[in-house]
Design a protein around this ligand. Structure first.
Ligand SMILES: [Zn+2]
Length: 275
């Protein structure tokens, strides 16, 4: 299986290193949407979609607070479908999408792949289509799934993976791709683990936001730390999972990265073969 790391949506909030840990506090931070493209024997699998072509063409449909403060760059060339086309594939070649959760910056590209089966946790799907709290009612962007995706909802199965519970045997996917429940950021948030010839990697989604949270003495740039608190569905679960991920990352057996850290993305993408 060939694995490519794609940034499917850059965001440029003001706050510099208070957000990303890099650069001046007066500058713009660079936030990426780290997605994976897995080229399997049975077609393409996309892990998270980033922003989609609809977001880029009609940004006014996005939440005004996001446009003002998170400041997505909205470059169509960064969308997953355009990057996949540049690699010589068609949108229909993406047979499966595995989502960490359904926030707009992870599910925005769903509409570009209407033929794909979309694997998501049953809890997350419920949170998005039947939002129960003020936060759930405001965070999800229903147009992302107004086309009626071919959902495949999964539930925790009690299997174990490096001490975490895991969902194996996702229908139609190789056994080297599994889902790891990591609730906290959203009600049904998950990570996605992939076994490669060099070992396991874990896309931790938004279970954490900055590489410093995985360091031996964990810390977090203050503005992105406040943002995590503002968007958390369950504080205790989020903090418990950050601590478990820190332990996993430092154990050295699994390459752990999150969705939005630019340094983690650049390091991973540098190892991606040119397409
Ligand atoms: Zn996100």
């Amino acid at each position: 299986m060939r694995i490519r790391h794609l940034n499917c949506g850059t965001m440029r909030p003001f706050g510099g290193r208070l957000i990303s840990g890099n650069g001046s506090v007066l500058g713009q931070a660079r936030i990426v949407c780290h997605c994976l493209l897995l080229e399997t024997d049975d077609g393409l699998v996309l892990v998270d979609t980033g922003l989609g072509t609809e977001d880029v063409r009609r940004p006014k449909a996005l939440n005004p607070g996001i446009r003002t403060f998170v400041r997505p760059v909205l470059d169509e060339a960064e969308t997953a479908v355009r990057q996949i086309e540049r690699l010589g594939y068609r949108a229909e070649d993406v047979r499966h999408i595995v989502l960490t959760h359904l926030d707009f910056d992870h599910a925005g590209g769903l509409r570009d792949f209407p033929h794909a089966k979309v694997h998501v946790s049953a809890t997350e799907l419920d949170a998005a289509v039947r939002p129960a709290t003020m936060l759930e009612k405001s965070r999800y962007h229903a147009p992302d799934w107004a086309h009626g995706p071919d959902w495949v909802a999964h539930e925790a199965s009690g299997e174990r993976w490096f001490g975490f519970s895991a969902v194996r045997d996702l229908p139609g996917l190789p056994s080297s791709i599994l889902v790891v429940p990591l609730a906290g950021h959203t009600r049904g948030h998950t990570g996605v683990a992939v076994e490669t010839s060099e070992g396991w990697l874990l896309h931790a989604g938004d279970a954490y936001f900055n590489r410093a949270q995985m360091a031996p003495a964990p810390s977090c740039p203050p503005l992105i730390g406040a943002f995590q608190v503002m968007l958390q569905a369950d504080r205790a679960e989020r903090l418990r999972n950050v601590a478990r991920l820190n332990e996993l990352a430092r154990g050295g057996k699994v390459d752990v990265f999150c969705a939005h850290d630019e340094v983690e993305f650049d390091r991973a993408a540098a190892g991606t073969p040119a397409g």
